[in-house]
Design a protein around this ligand. Structure first.
Ligand code: PMP
Length: 355
């Protein structure tokens, strides 16, 4: 009875969706979600504890934390004339952008395979989603992209730079052609910027239809849920209107502010992860076809990937099985670069799982 009521009332496109699946991971070596594997130094943990204990959690957070935004602008080299918009993770920013640009019939364009939330959020807000397939080596199919832009006139284009789950950085020249050709807004999602060799942040002033989105999740703050959108003030001012007033809580605000004062520590950890990515890539190559990565994870392809994934899981090693996520990802698995010890254990478990 109540289930019929739910099915009658909820929008059919939502009924057809599967909720974003987060697997049980307690007790496992967790290399599935691109988290930074390192703890903070004790002195910083102590400072966070004291800052948090002095926070007034009986009060609403600062609705527009100017000081935190200034720290972000400085640490992330946001150009002059540009502003930042804070999100409860960058997922929330994707949602705000889709809500803001979704006029009747508007299209959200991205590539396939890429970050699944672009498509899911388009569905949440009732926006038409168009996904253009990448080339077999996961580079942009620039002719197909330009044709889709011409045909569908997307109000909003998302490009993850580097891309998830493939890990590669698209050609900057191709991305520039897409921005030039787009009648709508192009958002470069730089979730993995800390591990990449290029960024569009410095180009924000060159294009009136460009925004750059980043998250602190991969840099060691996944638990805080903080992302930001950088762009010309005209854009940020309008988007601010749909930000829910207290979307970033007082504890994340304070902790992130402190961590940004010690940004260098997180960047050092990211450097370590980049070095370990090269070692893991080399070792993994002996066992699988490994794709180039400018992120903190590696995508690799091997026979019977699902069986291998299950065996890894049985050995307490959690990675991501993408085999059924997209036709181009058949037999693909994704592993986050962990600590050197975690990477070594992963390689050992993988050797045992393919034997
Ligand atoms: N963009 C990309 C490309 C991602 O891979 C992710 C997380 N996996 C996000 C955005 C969302 O990150 P968060 O909501 O943690 O900021």
């Amino acid at each position: 009875m109540s289930s019929a009521l739910v099915h009658n009332l909820i929008r059919p496109e939502l009924l057809a969706l599967h909720a974003y699946h987060v697997p049980e991971s307690s007790g496992m070596i967790k290399l599935d979600a691109m988290e930074n594997p390192y703890h903070l130094p004790q002195f910083l943990r102590d400072e966070i504890a004291s800052v948090l204990s002095g926070s007034e959690i009986n009060r609403y957070p600062d609705p527009d934390p100017f000081a935190l935004k200034e720290k972000i602008r400085k640490a992330e080299a946001v150009p002059e004339g540009c502003d930042v918009l804070l999100g409860n993770g960058s997922d929330e920013l994707i949602q705000m952008l889709a809500m803001a640009l979704n006029k009747p019939g508007s299209v959200l364009l991205s590539v396939e395979p890429s970050f699944v939330m672009y498509r899911m959020i388009a569905t949440f807000v009732g926006m038409r989603y168009v996904g253009v397939q990448l080339m077999p080596d996961f580079s942009l199919d620039i002719e197909a992209m330009l044709a889709a832009i011409e045909r569908d006139r997307p109000a909003l284009v998302f490009l993850a730079y580097p891309n998830n789950p493939t890990g590669n950085l698209f050609s900057a020249e191709d991305v520039r052609r897409i921005i030039d050709a787009s009648p709508g807004l192009v958002v470069i999602d730089e979730a993995y910027y800390a591990f990449a060799s290029d960024s569009f942040m410095k180009h924000l002033v060159d294009y009136p239809n460009l925004l750059v989105m980043r998250t602190f999740s991969k840099l060691g703050m996944a638990g805080l849920r903080l992302g930001f959108l950088a762009g010309r003030s005209e854009w940020i001012e309008e988007l601010e209107k749909l930000r829910l007033p207290y979307n970033v809580g007082v504890l994340p605000q304070r902790a992130a502010g402190l961590l940004l004062d010690h940004h260098g520590i997180l960047l050092q950890q990211a450097d370590q992860i980049k070095k370990d990515r090269a070692i893991l890539h080399r070792e993994l190559q002996a066992l699988a076809e490994v794709y180039p990565s400018e992120a903190n994870f590696l995508l690799f392809r091997m026979e019977n990937a699902t069986a291998v994934f299950d065996r890894l899981k049985a050995r307490g090693m959690l990675i991501k099985n993408l085999s059924n996520a997209h036709a181009m990802l058949k037999d693909c698995l994704r592993v986050t670069v962990g600590t050197p010890l975690e990477c070594q254990k992963f390689i050992e478990a993988l050797q045992e799982s393919v034997a």
